[in-house]
Design a protein around this ligand. Structure first.
Ligand SMILES: [Zn+2]
Length: 268
C-alpha cells in the first residue's frame, strides 16, 4: 500500500478517536450538572417536608394556647358566677362558659386532625430523606467516575496528539492539505471503496479510477465527496450474474466502457 495512504488511514482513526474523546470530556460536566440538578430537587423535597411538619407543630401550639385561653376564661366566668346579683347575669355567664367549652372542643378536634396529618408528614420526610441519601451517594459516585474518566481521556488525548504529529510529519503536504480540507468539511476524510462505490457517499467511481483505488498505490479521491479512497480486498464482493446488476452500474459501464464490447453491434 502507498505509504501516504496508509498513514492517512491511520491518521483519520487517530483524529476520529481524538474527536470522540474531546466530545466525551466536554459532555461529562454536563452529565454531572444534570444529576446535581436532580439532587437539588431531592433537597427541596426534604425542605418542603420539614416545613410542613414545622407548620403543623406551630398550628398545634397555637391551638393549645387558644385552649388555655378559653380554660382561663371559664375559670373566670365560674368565679364571677358566685357573685352575680341576677339570674340574667348568671345565665349570660353560663352562656359564655358554654361558648368557651365549644371553642375548646373545636380546637381539640383540629389538634387531632393535625396529629393524624403529622404521621403522614413524618413518613413523607423519611422517604424524602432516604431518597436524598441514595441520590447523594449516586452523585458522588458519578462525580468520581467523571473525574477518573476525564483524567483517562486527557491522558489518551495527549498520546493521540503525539501519534498524530508523528503521522502527519510522514505524509506529503498536498495529500495532507487535501485530507485537512475534507476533514474540516465532512468530519471524515477517508472512505473505503467497495464494488466501485465510495462507501461514504455511495457514488460510483469511474472504471479507471476504480483500478487505481484497487491498487492502493495512489492517493485517489472520490469524484463526488472528495474523500480519499482505499480498497480492502477482504471486502471484495464476488460479481453477481449480469441480470442482477444495478441500473447505476450498468449506466457507468455503458458510458465508460464501450471499447470493451466491440463485438456487440446494435441490431435495428
Ligand atoms: Zn464519496
Amino acid at each position: 500500500m502507498n505509504a501516504d495512504l496508509e498513514r492517512l488511514i491511520e491518521l483519520e482513526k487517530v483524529d476520529r478517536e481524538a474527536a470522540r474523546l474531546v466530545e466525551e470530556v466536554a459532555g461529562l460536566p454536563k452529565r454531572v450538572a444534570a444529576i446535581e440538578a436532580k439532587l437539588a430537587e431531592h433537597k427541596a423535597a426534604v425542605e418542603k417536608a420539614k416545613a410542613q411538619i414545622k407548620s403543623n407543630e406551630s398550628s398545634r401550639r397555637q391551638l393549645e394556647a387558644d385552649i388555655r385561653g378559653f380554660q382561663e376564661k371559664i375559670v373566670k366566668y365560674k368565679s364571677q358566677s358566685s357573685s352575680v346579683k341576677t339570674n340574667d347575669e348568671y345565665r349570660a355567664l353560663m352562656h359564655e362558659v358554654e361558648f368557651a367549652e365549644k371553642q375548646i372542643s373545636g380546637c381539640e378536634d383540629k389538634i387531632l386532625e393535625l396529629m393524624l396529618a403529622l404521621e403522614s408528614e413524618e413518613k413523607a420526610l423519611k422517604v424524602a430523606e432516604a431518597e436524598l441519601k441514595t441520590e447523594t451517594a449516586d452523585v458522588e459516585k458519578e462525580k468520581a467516575e467523571a473525574r477518573v474518566r476525564t483524567a483517562e481521556d486527557e491522558k489518551l488525548l495527549a498520546a493521540l496528539k503525539e501519534k498524530r504529529t508523528q503521522l502527519r510529519s510522514g505524509v506529503n503536504d498536498t495529500a495532507l492539505a487535501h485530507y485537512d480540507r475534507v476533514m474540516r468539511q465532512r468530519k471524515s476524510a477517508i472512505a473505503e471503496a467497495r464494488e466501485q462505490k465510495c462507501m461514504a457517499c455511495f457514488v460510483i467511481q469511474r472504471p479507471q479510477t476504480w483500478q487505481e483505488i484497487r491498487s492502493n498505490e495512489h492517493i485517489v479521491t472520490c469524484n463526488s465527496c472528495g474523500r480519499i479512497l482505499y480498497f480492502d480486498p477482504a471486502n471484495e464482493v464476488v460479481p453477481e450474474p449480469a441480470k442482477k446488476k444495478s441500473k447505476a452500474r450498468v449506466e457507468v459501464e455503458a458510458e465508460s466502457e464501450p471499447e470493451t464490447t466491440p463485438e456487440t453491434t446494435p441490431t435495428q
